[in-house]
Design a protein around this ligand. Structure first.
Ligand SMILES: [Mg+2]
Length: 359
């Protein structure tokens, strides 16, 4: 039974920016960012490859982007267009398999262990899909092919843009061992910095740490780190997963007791949540704050609004207000989380699964 799976990760190249360059020939070959303007306290949602040469990437402030590249072209996103191209790409996937899981408008995992055309090699399917995407949308995609989601995701970044990479089962361990810790998918900047401070610089270093140690240091994500250090990832490709909520949380290596630090962390979590809402172009009516104390007692507080919210200011203000309703006493906090539910605007092309781990 335990057959080796064939997983493909398809990732459109600089998606939003490439669409704008496709549709506006005057933008081609130029540094371009899709996002909101610096005056709106905006952030960059996507950057063209020309813009990336100036150090501009998604999630940086637009004002910072303009400072790095004064002749940067900034255009407003056209999400209806991106959504319809995303749907187009999904129809291409369906020619090969119904088991695909969109992670964002421009990214999806496919399980082609069994496929509709009985093609033996996943790399053949990846090549065909990329060719069909280009023929039908005039956009390029990169692909990663391997035996699980983690490896497929890592592989799709290797020959970007417009490239692909296979990681064979027999090469998986060596690949992971040599990988710098900050390159691991699922290990964000903050976690990577913490790992480096613990002397974990590569996959090989990570593999030397016990499960116990990793769980102690990183909470429930420790198990995931332990597995990926061994090139293992059992997560299945889940089609049609409908999101009921979007959230962000962080557990702390040192329990928090200082009010100012708690508020700072809460703000950072709100920012992560806000980024995710932006990425998924959604908003919601119910905001929930989760607080776990060092004695593992957990309290949640929710508030439902008359209309949907998604602005960063509202999220921060309301999360702080919810925190104010909790009697903290002199207990210290182990984990903080904010989520938004009663989501609207979730369409087929936005059926999205967020990673299980935090940033
Ligand atoms: Mg992409």
């Amino acid at each position: 039974m335990n057959e080796v799976r064939k997983i493909i990760h398809i990732d459109m190249d600089a998606f939003y920016a490439s669409v704008e360059q496709r549709d506006n020939p005057e933008y081609r070959g130029k540094p371009l960012a899709v996002g909101s303007s610096p005056s709106q306290r905006g952030v960059v949602a996507a950057a063209s490859y020309e813009a990336r040469k100036f150090g501009i990437h998604s999630a940086i402030a637009s004002s910072m982007a303009v400072a790095k590249c004064p002749h940067l072209i900034i255009v407003r996103p056209r999400f209806e267009v991106y959504r319809s191209i995303s749907a187009q790409i999904h129809t291409i996937f369906k020619r090969y398999t119904d088991i695909f899981e969109p992670v964002a408008l421009d990214e999806a995992y496919l399980d082609v262990s069994e496929n509709k055309q009985n093609i033996p090699y996943a790399s053949t399917i990846a090549r065909l899909i990329r060719a069909e995407i280009f023929a039908e949308t005039n956009l390029t995609a990169s692909a990663g092919i391997s035996i699980n989601k983690f490896l497929a995701k890592m592989a799709s970044g290797i020959n970007k843009p417009n490239g692909m990479k296979v990681i064979l089962p027999e090469d998986a361990i060596a690949f992971v061992e040599s990988l710098p810790i900050e390159k691991f998918h699922g290990i964000g900047k903050v976690t990577a910095a913490k790992m480096q401070s613990l002397g974990i610089r590569t996959g090989a270093d990570l593999k030397e740490r016990s499960l116990n140690f990793l769980v102690q240091q990183f909470g429930k994500s420790g198990q995931y780190y332990y597995n990926i250090a061994r090139a293992q990832d059992e997560r299945i490709v889940e089609p049609n997963r409908i999101r009921k909520s979007i959230g962000a949380e962080n557990s702390f290596a040192l329990d928090l007791s200082d009010k100012a630090t708690i508020l700072m962390e809460l703000e950072q979590i709100a920012e992560t949540l806000h980024e995710r809402l932006e990425k998924h172009q959604t908003s919601g009516r119910t905001l929930t704050l989760k607080v776990k104390f060092s004695d593992y007692q957990q309290i949640t507080r929710s508030r439902t609004f008359g209309s949907s919210i998604n602005s960063l200011d509202t999220i921060i203000t309301e999360a702080i207000a919810l925190l104010g309703t909790i009697e903290l006493g002199d207990r210290s906090i182990r984990l903080l989380g904010i989520s938004l539910s009663n989501l609207d605007n979730v369409q087929t092309s936005q059926i999205i699964q967020l990673p299980l781990f935090q940033l």
